[in-house]
Ligand binder design. Structure first.
Ligand code: HPA
Ligand code: ZN
Length: 338
């Protein structure tokens, strides 16, 4: 490990933008395919990895939904999440707010109870084994109708006291936030927090809609907000957290080159940017890899990395006293650096 690697791994951080289905490594995909007798369109782990060459979001989503077909039982969801928690703990993640897409599974006939109970049991195990806290974000697939999102919210009703927030993901362009205004209003009425992917491929207008029509507490990605100076000013004024995913942005061609990544521009504007892995099994790195990538590609110093880590706690759905305790840990860590 380099000094930078050691610094990043030791920096306490939260991960706020992680699709648990996107943490399915090819090795586990093969193991679960064998365990469940599901056939997958790949002959080897190498062939799977070779297929992870995307030119846009939809390219990735097609293969990501195909991979999820191996997930059938609560044990599968438990194993999937435990593999993520173990990997995240090694990266210095002390709190994770993980998204899951119930519709990807219920539409294949998997009961939502299998999905949620498997994830909840892994979350309890991660707290016991790694001291890592976590919470769940139920995400609606935006390429499906709003009525399907309403049905999913109703199916999740018995677990809503164990779900922190609802989110919005999948194919962005052509599926603006306004399509889901009513279901997000219903979720807000149930006391759920709100987050939504916006401005990854979609225009700044979608970020405006996420703020105005969904009442988001944070924006997932948000890159294209940088095209709109008035929107930047609003996001700064409202202290809106952006969950930025550098390796994802590169793999999905949101940025052509990591050297062009706007993370330091976001910080310079005063935006509350955070660093996250999105779908680490598909994009070539977990959260520490993402910190390292921007540190190297954009020359971020340790203070900037600490700012990104602080933002991950202030942007989390943790209670204020927990946020304060995590920020104190970052201060102590920084004070102990030579
Ligand atoms: N964008 C939209 N949908 C997604 C993503 C993403 O980055 N990852 C998993 N589902
Ligand atoms: Zn995402």
């Amino acid at each position: 490990m380099t000094d930078l690697d050691t610094f990043i791994a030791g920096l306490p951080k939260a991960e706020l933008h992680l699709h648990i289905e996107g943490s399915l490594e090819p090795e586990l995909m093969f193991a679960l395919a064998a365990r469940n007798g599901v056939s997958i369109p790949f002959a080897s782990v190498e062939e799977v990895r070779a297929a992870y060459d995307f030119t846009n979001l939809q390219d990735f989503l097609d293969i990501y939904y195909a991979g999820a077909a191996v997930l059938l039982t609560r044990q599968d969801f438990h194993d999937l999440a435990m593999a993520y928690f173990a990997r995240a703990a090694a990266d210095g993640v002390v709190h994770a707010e993980i998204m899951f897409d119930p519709q990807t599974h219920t539409d294949r006939g998997v009961p939502i109870a299998e999905v949620i109970e498997g994830l909840l049991s892994a979350m309890a195990a991660a707290e016991a084994q790694f001291g890592m806290t976590s919470s769940l974000i139920l995400s609606f697939l935006r390429h499906l109708p709003e009525a399907a999102a309403f049905a999913t919210l109703a199916e999740a009703e018995p677990w809503l006291d164990r779900i922190a927030a609802v989110g919005l993901d999948s194919s962005e362009v052509g599926h603006p936030p306004e399509k889901f205004a009513r279901v997000f209003a219903a979720a807000r009425e149930k006391g759920l927090r709100i987050t939504a992917h916006a401005g990854e491929e979609g225009p700044p207008e979608y970020v405006h809609q996420a703020l105005d029509l969904l009442g988001v507490h944070r924006i997932d990605h948000g890159n294209r907000a940088l095209e709109d100076p008035a929107l930047i000013a609003r996001l700064v004024r409202e202290e809106m957290t952006l969950t930025v995913c550098p390796l994802s942005n590169h793999k999905l061609c949101v940025v052509e080159d990591l050297a062009d990544h706007p993370i330091d521009a976001m910080l310079a504007h005063g935006l509350k940017a955070t660093i996250n892995s999105d779908d680490p099994a598909y994009f070539g790195g977990y959260v520490a890899d993402n910190y390292r990538a921007v540190a190297t590609a954009r020359g971020l110093d340790r203070e900037a990395l600490a700012t990104l880590a602080r933002n991950s706690f202030t942007g989390s759905f943790l209670p204020a006293e927990d946020v304060a305790a995590h920020l104190d840990r970052i201060d102590a860590y920084m004070a102990a650096q030579g």
